[in-house]
Design a binder for this molecule. Structure first.
Ligand SMILES: C[S@@+](CC[C@H](N)C(=O)[O-])C[C@H]1O[C@@H](n2cnc3c(N)ncnc32)[C@H](O)[C@@H]1O
Length: 353
């Protein structure tokens, strides 16, 4: 995409002072405006249009093809939160956060920003009180079917955004997982609900004698990482299985990875863990990797995800104890629990003999 750049003075406008409680609450209840503004900027690719030099809203509007006045208002709203910076001369520059909305940033959060603000989210948030009352998802009531069925059957654009967001998130955490896991004695590893297979690919790249299987829903594995697919650099050591892990896991492995799956409804968690235990030989390792809602530096983010999971799949992010309860309830012997990075924990388990 074309970027714009000029060289005017770049004195930043005064930072927004920390507001008093009443104003803070007013700001919080307008949170939808903030999410919508990030989504609009991501969809318009404003961050991609802004180069390293300051640019005016008029210049940016010409590139992203919007009206200049409303674009200035959008950028001003975002700048209040440190997403872009507004300068005294009316130009805008990048900040650390706005750079993360660029598609080409190595740590880009563009797809994740779109995913967290997809149209279906705006349909279910107003029903949070119903979900809190019932303890179940409201998605099926609003859309008439289960979340993943809706995603793959009726919301192809959202499904693609989801896959790209999971890819970004997986790629960013895959290296951390590969660095953490000791594969001594492991010949075959399986990633259950492994998305497009980035964790698996990272592990196979790091361990040339290990082979592996990726299992996920058909619509997801159809777009598996090309390294794992026929003709890919790891294809000789990789197999791909499409299926519902609650129905069964037709995969024999020494190590089963279950990352960011056990956050749906409890019955699905119980069935998925039962499938793993039925598939695995005694002594096989099962490593469950999850965000936790306690004992984590990312409380605001994880508790928000926790509520969204309640709305769409009747699920939850776990506390350390609630995950321990589910794993031991499935009959797994739990060993060490270790942080993978600032927002993920790994629960090392063994299938008893
Ligand atoms: C939050 S993503 C996590 C993906 C991957 N494990 C990671 O951490 O990057 C949840 C994954 O579970 C998959 N999934 C959902 N329902 C499933 C099912 N019934 N059987 C297998 N996979 C499923 C989704 O397609 C998606 O890839």
């Amino acid at each position: 995409m074309t970027t714009v750049s000029t060289t005017p003075t770049t004195t930043p406008v005064q930072p927004v002072p920390t507001p008093q409680p009443a104003m803070r609450l007013r700001e919080i209840v307008f949170g939808a405006a903030r999410s919508a503004a990030v989504r609009a900027a991501a969809r318009l690719r404003v961050a991609d249009a802004l180069g390293e030099k300051p640019a005016t809203a008029d210049e940016l509007a010409a590139v992203v093809k919007t009206e200049p006045g409303p674009l200035r208002r959008l950028l001003r709203a975002l700048s209040c939160y440190g997403i872009f910076a507004e300068n005294a001369d009316g130009t805008f520059t990048h900040t650390d956060m706005s750079r993360l909305l660029r598609e080409d940033d190595p740590h880009s959060l563009r797809d994740i920003s779109l995913w967290c603000t997809e149209p279906w989210t705006w349909e279910v948030w107003p029903r949070l009180d119903d979900a809190v009352r019932s303890g179940g998802n409201v998605f099926e009531d609003v859309f008439g079917k289960e979340f993943f069925d809706y995603l793959h059957q009726d919301a192809h654009e959202s499904a693609q955004v989801f896959n790209r967001a999971m890819t970004t998130s997986s790629m960013q955490s895959a290296l951390d997982v590969a660095a953490l896991l000791d594969l001594t004695g492991v010949s075959v590893v399986a990633d259950i609900g492994g998305g497009q297979g980035h964790v698996l690919a990272s592990l196979l790249e790091k361990h040339p004698s290990v082979s592996g299987t990726l299992m996920d829903l058909p619509g997801v594995v159809a777009r598996a990482d090309e390294r794992l697919r026929d003709g890919g650099s790891l294809a000789g050591r990789a197999s791909i299985v499409a299926g519902d892990c609650r129905e069964g896991i037709p995969v024999a492995a020494d190590l089963y990875i279950i990352k960011n799956i056990l956050e749906w409804d409890d019955d699905s968690t119980r069935r998925a863990l039962a499938s793993v235990c039925a598939a695995a030989r005694p002594g096989a390792r099962v490593v469950v990797i999850e965000n936790l809602v306690d004992d984590t530096p990312s409380m605001r983010f994880t508790t928000a995800m926790d509520l969204l999971l309640l709305l769409n799949v009747g699920g939850a992010k776990h506390t350390r104890q609630s995950l321990v309860d589910r794993l031991s309830g499935a009959g797994l012997a739990i060993g060490e629990i270790r942080p993978v990075n600032p927002y993920l924990h790994a629960f090392e388990c063994v299938v008893p003999g």
